[in-house]
Design a protein around this ligand. Structure first.
Ligand code: CUA
Length: 148
């Protein structure tokens, strides 16, 4: 085997090991939950926000043409440092649910529930956008998270 080939293989292997190590570090060290789909989750058709502990919240989000029902329409108010579990579904077509400046980036799928957890450490306004083309009013489908 050519020595350049050996180097290329060694480099590829060390990158793979490094990426795997970073994923383990993100999951364990930084407590990052990867956004996911919950195939067996209960379905819901009403948006709501529930306080489940000290500064812990569960938010059920129902996306629709053209807005987000999160107990309130298009707006979510939480205190600084809140840890929020987002459960997202749709009552009509596929939408997206992306919260700017966070790792929350979910699909809103009719008949399914997607999930992400996020801790809001910084006060301010976070824009929520639908990032999946869903029809004529797609560009109006936006909301915000206000961290006080
Ligand atoms: Cu909803 Cu685009």
């Amino acid at each position: 085997m050519d020595r350049f080939e050996k180097r290329a293989i060694a480099l590829a292997l060390s990158l793979l090991i490094m990426f795997f190590g970073l994923i383990v570090y993100a999951a364990k060290g930084l407590q990052t939950d990867l956004p996911t789909c919950l195939p067996n989750a209960r379905l819901f058709d009403q948006g709501r926000i529930v306080q489940v502990g000290p500064n812990r919240y569960q938010v059920d989000v129902v996306a629709y043409m053209w807005g987000f029902n999160m107990g309130t329409i298009n707006e979510l108010r939480i205190p600084r440092g809140a840890v929020v579990d987002f459960y997202v579904t749709s009552r009509d077509v596929m939408h997206g649910y992306h919260i700017d400046k966070t790792v929350v980036n979910l699909m809103a799928v009719p008949g399914a529930v997607t999930y992400a957890r996020y801790k809001f450490d910084r006060p301010g306004e976070y824009q929520i956008v639908c990032h999946e083309y869903c029809g004529l009013g797609h560009q109006n489908m936006a909301g915000k998270v206000i961290v006080e």
